[in-house]
Design a protein around this ligand. Sequence first.
Ligand code: HEM
Length: 244
Amino acid sequence: MSTLKFQSQSVATPYFIFALILFTGQILFGLVMGLQYVVGDFLAGIIPFNVARMVHTNLLIVWLLFGFMGAAYFLVPEESETELYSPKLAILLFWVFAVAATLTVLGYLLVPYSRLAEITGNEYFPTMGREFLEQPTITKIGIVIVCLGFLFNIGMTMLRGIGEASSKKAQVLEMWGFWLMTVAMVFITLFLTGAGILQIWLQRLPESGEALSFMETQDKLSIFYWALEATGGHIFDRLNNLYV
Ligand code: HEM
């Protein structure tokens, strides 16, 4: 028995399946690298560390995209109370993306990177070789097309669903929630930037040799952390603590 409210939500299935396949690949290449740390010549000459690293991180980016797209194709029709605008487009983009991702990974594994750059015309628009942006330019263009098509499909579905909007009370609550979150994020960004500038100054810049240690610097920055706390950054600063 199908538990789907709308038939077109089923386009999410191939997205989820492929995301899981890519995730498995990511873990495998992670394990290859982990082994190469301890057994230096593991798969030497077959999968060099730098290639495994590139495949590992690129698979990560792409399975996340597949996963999020699948989730959106599943959730948005249900929330908008209408069928997806174009299930055919969603399936077409799935295949475009899946084939491009597979070819790109095969390219990393089977073709020397400089040769890959050459045959994909990197010289015309050099974008390869930067971390997380290793994809050949044609793959990057493909990703942009897939993302735009995805946004179009999801956007049109939402617009079609607008006729059956949620209740007035829910809309007001959503609006307040949206602005609270937005304003909080603006303040978080400002305060963290301020804290970062001061931190660099205190830890590194004084030339007289009085640079402070990390912990002393953190004490001086506490005013910024209290400001974050006070401006609704309470939830977000839990996350930001990871980065500061
Ligand atoms: C068995 C599981 C995994 C293993 C053994 C593994 C191993 C590794 C290794 C060895 C590196 C390269 C580090 C270096 O350059 O020296 C790496 C990088 C990375 N891994 Fe994994 N990984 C695993 C799972 C994951 C998962 C599940 C994620 C994310 C969901 C992830 C995200 C990343 C990222 C973002 C980098 C790049 C880090 C950077 O640029 O600093 N890994 N991983």
